[in-house]
Structure formats: C-alpha cells, structure tokens
Design a protein. Structure first.
Length: 110
C-alpha cells in the first residue's frame, strides 16, 4: 500500500521474513528512507513459533506504526543523531499513539 508521508509517497510492504533478509529475529520491520519503503514482517512464520507473542496481528500493527513514525521523522528533517533516532522513543509513540488518539477523541480536541 502507498502512504503519503508529508508529501512523499512511501510503500508499506508487509511480507514474510523469509522473503527479505533485512527482517530478522530481532528486526520485525525497517524503513529505508532512500527507497521510501517501510517493510514489516507479516508474522506468518512467527505464528508457527510457540514462543511468539500471543496477538501477532496487534503486534504487527504496532510495528507498522513504528516504521511510519521513522518515515515521518525522516521527512521532517529528523533522523539519526537526534532524539528522533532513539528506538525507545519511537516505540513509545508507536505503542501509546492509539491511547493518545482515543483520549483526544474523547476530549473532542482533534
Ligand atoms: Zn525503529
């Protein structure tokens, strides 16, 4: 799917990890700002692993948010060597964004 990130079109590609060597056990997604692509593990192989997370569909959505946030920050002129490259911060936004959106909706401030 194509997603407009601040005027730049990115492709979001959700694919099996076996089809992309950059997807690994410790890397469930990545954003390549040179190719304008966010690639996310579809978790089809993780579903077969008894040690995987219980709700992989929910987790995959979190990874999509994480990678899109990287794209937004890059297209904003923020990337590595700034707070924007901090994985913990990106994850915080990716995890908390649905709750923030819900609170904003409840407060009717969007
Ligand atoms: Zn990241």
């Amino acid at each position: 799917m194509k997603i407009n990130i601040l005027g730049t079109e990115y492709t979001v590609d959700i694919t099996p990890a076996s089809e992309d060597p950059r997807l690994t056990d410790i890397n469930d997604g990545y954003t390549d700002t040179t190719e304008k692509v966010c690639v996310i593990d579809d978790m089809s192989e993780a579903e077969k692993d008894i040690c995987s997370k219980g709700d992989l569909k929910k987790y995959r959505k979190q990874v999509v948010r994480h990678e899109l946030l990287h794209a937004f920050l890059f297209e904003s002129g923020l990337d590595v060597n700034s707070w924007a490259g901090n994985e913990e911060m990106i994850d915080w936004f990716a995890i908390q964004f649905p709750k923030i959106t819900k609170a904003f909706d409840e407060a009717d401030c969007m």
